[in-house]
Design a protein. Structure first.
Length: 352
């Protein structure tokens, strides 16, 4: 009997030890450090929580704008070549009331950024995270403050001598033309608000669904092929708008998945790979003009010119305008010299 009891006790002890080991083995990871949390917690909110200390002037903003922003947005934020205009459609009365009249009376059919945005923090946060287009997150804190100050100045929200900072940004916010136009009665803002969508829970034998978006056929390719304009990093890939839209939602989803996987990029030339890596295809198609000329057009223009390579390498590095139209090419100082040479050599070899 005692032997039986001892056996049961031994089994119980083994089970307890095993359970302790199992519990210990599930203690994975560790608490995030303050530095790691700070690296993720980078958003700037409408109450300016998260805004870093710093400042920038309108004059400094103009310098940064002309060097890094004007090629896409125009000298005065009016360009419609690459993106829709940033400036326009607001009045001194809008600044007084905080409501943009053009949003309701239809006098400004094209909605500009400054007409729609309600908070200065939105401008600051987006520019800080995503601009310039070809080199996001390369602007310093001072440059971000300065560019935002210049945008507000172009919209006549702040004067020429205004210094935008973490201390004065509330002053600018109090003059935003659409500051009172933001809708907050929805689920993204108020947990008791009306949600944007209504879902029906399915727990059994659920039909397959594909979440997708479509473009109206009339505007599908109006600004060139989206697949050649999207950034080459991150999860998003644009649809190939040079071709008809796939029929049906499942076909659209499959096409998007194939585009995201890069299945068509087999045996890609090194020069083309470098052009995609450095976002050159945001402005240049391989076989068609987007903002700047197509790579094939450049190859045709300089065909047989054996002395042009060094000049083109320098032009890519420093930027320029006038050869292919009025839209200037921004300097690509962030691209390595050997990568520029690889791209240029590939183009001059026929861009194939």
């Amino acid at each position: 009997m005692s032997r039986f009891i001892n056996s049961i006790a031994a089994l119980a002890l083994a089970a307890t030890s095993g359970l302790a080991c199992a519990e210990k083995s599930t203690e994975l990871g560790r608490a995030a450090t303050p530095k790691e949390i700070a690296a993720w917690d980078i958003d700037v909110r409408p109450d300016f929580k998260g805004l870093p200390k710093g400042s920038g002037t309108v004059a400094k903003g103009q310098q940064v704008w002309e060097g890094k922003c004007a090629s896409c947005h125009g000298t005065f934020g009016e360009s419609n070549e690459v993106f829709t205009p940033i400036i326009g459609g607001t009045t001194p009365d809008d600044i007084k009331t905080g409501h943009v009249a053009s949003l309701t009376n239809g006098r400004q059919p094209q909605k500009t950024t400054i007409m729609k945005v309600a908070t200065v923090s939105t401008l600051w946060d987006f520019i800080n995270r995503a601009m310039p287009w070809t080199a996001p997150k390369t602007l310093t804190t001072e440059e971000v403050y300065s560019v935002v100050a210049y945008i507000l100045n172009m919209a006549e929200i702040v004067p020429d001598d205004f210094v935008l900072s973490d201390k004065t940004i509330a002053e600018a916010q109090a003059r935003m033309p659409n500051r009172n136009g933001m809708t907050t009665n929805h689920g993204m803002w108020d947990i008791h608000g009306k949600p944007d969508v209504k879902s029906v829970a399915c727990m059994k034998n659920c039909p397959p669904e594909a979440i997708h978006s479509t473009l109206p056929e009339v505007s599908r390719n109006v600004h060139g092929n989206l697949a050649e304009q999207n950034r080459t990093f991150g999860p998003v890939r644009g649809a190939d708008t040079s071709k008809p839209a796939p029929a049906g939602p499942m076909a659209a989803a499959k096409a998007a998945k194939a585009s995201a996987s890069g299945s068509s990029a087999a045996a890609e030339p090194e020069g083309l790979a470098m052009a995609k890596k450095n976002a050159c295809v945001a402005c240049h198609g391989v076989e068609n003009k987007i903002v700047g000329p197509g790579f094939n057009e450049i190859a045709a223009k300089y065909k047989g010119n054996t002395s042009i390579e060094a000049g083109l390498v320098g032009k890519v590095k420093s930027g320029g305008s006038g050869v292919w139209g009025s839209v200037p090419m921004p300097a690509q100082a962030n691209v390595k010299d050997d990568e520029i040479k690889t791209i240029v050599s590939w183009i001059l070899a026929g861009a194939k």
